[in-house]
Design a protein. Sequence first.
Length: 418
Amino acid sequence: MGIAVAGSVSQRRGRATGVGVMALAHLTNDSYAYMLPALLPVLLTRLDITVGLAGILVTLYQASSSFTQPFFGHLADRGSATRWMAWTGVALSGLAAGALGLAPSFAVLALALLAGGLGTALYHPVSAALVASAVPGTSRGRWMSVYISAGNFGLPIGPLVLGLLLASIGLGGTWLVALPALAVAALVWRVGPRIAARREAAVSLRAVLRRERRMLAGLVAVSATRSWASSLVTSFLPLYAVARGADVITSSRLLTSFLLAGAIGGLAGGWLADRFGRDRVIVASLLAAAPFCALLATQTAVGPAFWMAATVSGLLLNGSFVVLAVRGQESMPGNLGMVSGLMLGLSIGLGGLAVAPMAAVAERAGLPVVLYAAGVLSVAGAAIMSRVPKPPAAPRGGRAAPSLAAAERDLRVTSATL
């Protein structure tokens, strides 16, 4: 019995170490996401780039980092042989970010952004699958919330570090941002979790999409709708705050408050979903977000109500982000990588597509209309979620689906032989 207890403690420590390493890698990887916007004021002058070309660069990075994730996720589902994608992805993201300030031309800058986007696309699906496979189904929401929220906390770190480097060393010192990625990549390679090799033959991506089309269509629709609502607020909140009398510094702080509240919401959502059920938390958080988006749209000045509405809407709009990823993984336990790519990559990319048309609407009808639209989208997401098919043996408080439990047993056997 003593040996069994010791083995259980050792297993829990190994699980915490593995998830902790992947969370650190997620924080590091996502810290590079907003480095291009932070560098654009300098690069526009240095490389003689127009605002239109800058928009193409942003689109290139977003497309390469988001829309390729389902494909890389499908490759990750082949088993432990694709574990290299995790450490290679984060290393490539860091190296590409470090090259941005050194690029001598627009073409080289575009290649660096393409490489960085592909690095992010490589990292996310397989890392999410590694974490999901390394933890029990009864606590998957909590563990995934730690992993995903770490990435959200990493978003504001990159521009902050980059600003310090630019102020102290200059543009030539941007290569230093690659060092943390290389160190973390080595850590993932050494102690990151592993996935058991698949016993059955790999299924083609087209066959998986055809077989699970109804489930996938529903989950991607909900995730994209939530992402649309969140993208609208993040894109237009600073402009809206300035239009209501705030200065630029205050508007950036409001955006930071929204993003940090979203990271906290992701953590809380994962814990609540393990207790009350995935679908309930998704629907409740999306419905609760709508009144706060509407309240934000009615503000005439930046005061306590403005701050409260912005912060709480961030908390609730992103409270379902982690839970949607877990719901997708449990709906398709044999395709953890691909569904993670869909929920964490493709849906976010689709969300970004809503910004351009809504910007045109804002020019004609005003910024409050955009915030009202975010509230409407959150309600629409809740309505769609109520019609998404339930997964087999969906955890409520939360037993794992039988096939997922079997995968966990395979993982423990594999880990014991390593």
